[in-house]
Every structure is written in structure tokens, then in C-alpha cells.
Design a protein around this ligand. Structure first.
Ligand SMILES: *Cc1c(COP(=O)(O)O)cnc(C)c1O
Length: 496
């Protein structure tokens, strides 16, 4: 039996996994969710003897049921190979009392590689399966890391083009350099004058423009999304939660069935939603701790049941979490409404018209298991300093938000449950802020000198992805107003 996916806003919009991967967003504006969350059929003991690719297959086969075993294994082999700088793919490091799950060993040294190295393969297979003749145009809004990871994943993949929009003044210098130096004839990178939410809204509007879709089709193109709303992103992210628990089990850090807590530095709510799915698949997880930076919409949501984006957008040192509309939260809303699509639609309508909504008492009860926390920029800095001076381990600014939230959580609750802190980026990606937090003075001006300084304090080798950057020429330099995004796309595809 195939597992079908339905829209969060209309249960009659049902598609197969490969169709959901192709479409990204449902035509009614909702997100695709699996009709049921499958459970693992292998025991932890069995999973603990498998490598990352084998675990990936065990998890993904339950979700992507219309891919054959051969197709799925082929996608996995192509994704999780020597692009990662460690054969473990997602190593777990014990630092003090906590376990850091390092998700930054891929091509762009941030966690988005975990999903974006496999998505292009899932997508091109899905196109073949569904007899899609048009060329696929990936349109992506990025707060920094998605963009580069998607570019790296799709560059020169036959039958695809990729166009990435990023907030011109809202990403780190290394992030920007990574994107504007991207090679590949099928890649475009455009800065917008606005923030990430403007970029994301612009992309959503382009996706929802039926008239444009018609013209695209005539010209032989169709859009797809690499954003974290695509289930082809979500499903591969469930894998590392299963893998990390199996790793704890293998290393005899947990007893059979012992529950752990998980702390996730959160922006668009994709990563932590994958943890929620892993929990429902049977991974023994107790608390899911959602860590926000000063843009603490989610913290307020978990505290009050009210989601309210009407507030100042704050630029922090963890730019990939500077988000006021966490798209993937819609899936959680659907699940805690017990699959009530009318209610989900009503709340999402309220979000788009009023910028806020409030969930019901019943839905609040279903949020049990989630804890919200947030850390200020100052606390984030302190956390980097503290972990470095106590353990010699250097956190990036996003992971440090999670570490700080975790510290506060333990202080408040004295909950000593073993905890995995999800480490979403290499400190090399945000070297300047990290050096400042660690106390290096003076901080070198040039990116390359900062990398060298970080190498000296951390003893961690400069990743190849960073080394290569310093010689690479800038290949993309377009900038536009956020209202002109569609025009840029039309120009790019020559469909004016
Ligand atoms: C994208 C990103 C996040 C946020 O993840 P979401 O799935 O959007 O919640 C956190 N840290 C880093 C480094 C990221 O790139």
C-alpha cells in the first residue's frame, strides 16, 4: 500500500510521495502531510548496527513508498557519499553532559546539506516516474544556508534550473560569498532589498500565480521548491534523529527504550518537525525543546498558544533563525488539530490576513512534549565562551542558541534526561561572531584570516568548503526590490 500525502488545508487533495516531492506546495496553499506517520519496523538493536545510508533507507522507505527499493537506494548512495567529510555523515560528540549531533559535515558545512544533497535525486526520479516532460525550475528563498546547499545540490543536475533569492543585507559574509560564487550553467542567485520573510512571501506568491504557471508550461518549464516545506526535505531529516539514537544505543549511552530530550535551534520549524516525526515513528524522545533567538515568535507560541508575527524583525548573530513566519509550523498545527483541515485553513487565513492566530485549548493539550526557549544575542555569546572554556569545543552561533536554551532549561527544571543538542552549522560559517565570543582580539578583518584564527583556537581543521571560497570568482551580482522578484524570474527564463 502506498502512503499518500494530503494537504493540511484540504483532505481531498491527495498525492503520492513522488508527486508531493514534485509539487512542493499543495495547489490550495497548504503543505503536504503523510496520511499517517509510519512506525519503524527495525529494532534499535538492528538499527544500531547499520551505517548512515542503511538507516536512511530504513526510515525513508516508510515515507516514500512509491519509489522502488532500487531508486531510493540509488538516491541515498548519490547523496551521502564523499561530499561529507566524515564517513559517519552525522557524528554525535559528547561534550560535558550533552551530546552534540553535528549536522555540518556536508558540502556547505550546515545542516541543510543533510536534505539538499538528496532532494535533487528524489526530484529527478519523481519527474521520470510521473512522466514530467518540462524542465524543473527550483525557486528558493533563503535566509543563508538553504540557498547555498540547494545551489550545491542542483548545480548541473540535468533537467533542472535553480533560482535563489536571499536578503541582501541579512546573511553573513561567508554565506553571501558561498552563494555568489556558485558555479553551474543552471544556477542564478539574486539579492533582494528586504528580509527573509519578504523573500519567502515573494516566492510563495510566484508559486501561487496560476497565470504565470500557464505561461511557464507553454515555455516548457514547471516550478518546484527546495524550501523546507517540500516533503523531500523533511523526510531525509527524520533519518538523523533515528541514527543518533541508534548511535547512543550502540555506544551504550542509553538503555533499551530510555527516553532522551532533543534541543533544536529553530527557524522555519523544519528540523524540529522532523524530530517530532521521528518521535512518532518510535524513537524514544521525551521533550522536544524548540530554541529561538530574539525573533522568539515560537517561544511565545509555546508559552501562550498565540502565534503573532506582528513585531519587529531583529537581525541577530544567528541569521538562519531570523524568521517571523515559520512555514513548517502549519504541519504541526494540522497534527495538533487532529487532522482538522478546516481549522488549519482558518488559522492560516488568520495568519495571512491579521498576522496572528490563537489555537484552541484542545490543540494546546496536544502540544505536550514541546518546550519553547529563547536566547538573546548576549546569552548566545556567553554560551559559546562557556562551552569553549570548559570543554575546548567551539559552537557556531545557531548551535549556541540551543546550548543556551538547554542550560536554562536544566536550571529551571533540573531535568537531567540525556540530551541531544542539534548542531546546525560549523563555527567556520560564522567565524567573526564566534571569534568575538571566544574572546580573540583583535578579530582579523579578512574572512580567510578569521578562518585561520579559528583554526588556532579550535584545533579543528579548516573545512575544504571554506578553503575553496577564498579564490573563487563572483559569478552572480543581481539585486532587486522584493516587489520585483517575479519580473526577475520571467527575465531569467525569458518568458516575458
Ligand atoms: C536553517 C537553519 C536553522 C533552522 O532550521 P529550520 O529547519 O528552518 O528550523 C538553524 N541553524 C542553521 C545553521 C540553519 O541553517
Amino acid at each position: 500500500m502506498n502512503l499518500m500525502y494530503q494537504s493540511t488545508r484540504n483532505q481531498d487533495n491527495k498525492v503520492t510521495a513522488s508527486q508531493a516531492v514534485l509539487q512542493g506546495l499543495s495547489p490550495d496553499g497548504g503543505l503536504y502531510v503523510p496520511e499517517t506517520i509510519p512506525v519503524l519496523t527495525k529494532t534499535m538493536a538492528e538499527l544500531s548496527s547499520m551505517n548512515y545510508r542503511e538507516v536512511a533507507y530504513e526510515v525513508m522507505k516508510h515515507f516514500l513508498t512509491d519509489y522502488t527499493q532500487e531508486e531510493l537506494k540509488d538516491c541515498i548512495e548519490k547523496a551521502y557519499d564523499s561530499k561529507f567529510d566524515t564517513p559517519e555523515i552525522a557524528p554525535l560528540k559528547k561534550v560535558g553532559e550533552a551530546y552534540y549531533l553535528e549536522l555540518f559535515h556536508g558540502a556547505t558545512i550546515a545542516f541543510k546539506d543533510m536534505a539538499l544533497s538528496i532532494l535533487p535525486h528524489l526530484l529527478t526520479k519523481a519527474a521520470k516516474k510521473n512522466n514530467v516532460k518540462e524542465e524543473i525550475v527550483i525557486l528558493t528563498a533563503t535566509s543563508g544556508d538553504t540557498g547555498k546547499a540547494a545551489l550545491a545540490g542542483f548545480a548541473d543536475v540535468e533537467g533542472t534550473k535553480i533560482i535563489v533569492f536571499y536578503p541582501k543585507d541579512g546573511v553573513s559574509s561567508v554565506q553571501e560569498k558561498q552563494m555568489v560564487t556558485q558555479k553551474g550553467d543552471n544556477t542564478s542567485v539574486i539579492g533582494i532589498k528586504g528580509n527573509f520573510d519578504d523573500a519567502q512571501t515573494g516566492v510563495k506568491n510566484i508559486f501561487n500565480n496560476k497565470e504565470l504557471a500557464e505561461r511557464m508550461k507553454k515555455a516548457g518549464y514547471r516550478f518546484s521548491s527546495a524550501n523546507s516545506i517540500n516533503i523531500g526535505r523533511l523526510v531525509p531529516q527524520i533519518v538523523y534523529y533515528v541514527y543518533s539514537y541508534a548511535d547512543l544505543y550502540r555506544k551504550k549511552q542509553v538503555e533499551q527504550g530510555e527516553k532522551i530530550n532533543v534541543v533544536v535551534p529553530t527557524g522555519n520549524f523544519g528540523n524540529i518537525l522532523a524530530a517530532y516525526y521521528a518521535k512518532h515513528m518510535g524513537v524514544p524522545i521525551n521533550k522536544l525543546i524548540c530554541a529561538s533567538n530574539e525573533n522568539k515568535v515560537l517561544f511565545d507560541f509555546f508559552a501562550t498558544g498565540i502565534y503573532d508575527k506582528n513585531r519587529e524583525f531583529i537581525l541577530t548573530t544567528s541569521p538562519s533563525m531570523d524568521i517571523l513566519v515559520s512555514s513548517n509550523l502549519e504541519r504541526l498545527i494540522y497534527h495538533i488539530a487532529d487532522g482538522d483541515v478546516k481549522k488549519t485553513e482558518e488559522l492560516m487565513h488568520s495568519l495571512s490576513t491579521k498576522g496572528s492566530y490563537e489555537i484552541t485549548e484542545g490543540m494546546k493539550k496536544n502540544l505536550e512534549g514541546f518546550i519553547g526557549g529563547w536566547a538573546s544575542t548576549e546569552e548566545t555569546k556567553t554560551s559559546i565562551k562557556k562551552v569553549y572554556s570548559e570543554h575546548g569545543y567551539v559552537l557556531d552561533t545557531h548551535t549556541a542558541v540551543a546550548a543556551s536554551v538547554y542550560d536554562n532549561y536544566v536550571k529551571q527544571t533540573e531535568d537531567r534526561t540525556k540530551t541531544v543538542i542539534v548542531s546546525t552549522a560549523s563555527p567556520y560559517k560564522f567565524a567573526e561572531n564566534v571569534l568575538e565570543a571566544v574572546g580573540v582580539k583583535p578579530i582579523p578583518k579578512e574572512d580567510y584570516d578569521q578562518a585561520k584564527a579559528l583554526n588556532q583556537v579550535s584545533g579543528v581543521e579548516i573545512p575544504g568548503a571554506v578553503n575553496d571560497l577564498f579564490e573563487a570568482p563572483v559569478l552572480h551580482n543581481s539585486v532587486c526590490e522584493s516587489g520585483k522578484m517575479q519580473e526577475m524570474v520571467e527575465n531569467n527564463l525569458k518568458i516575458i
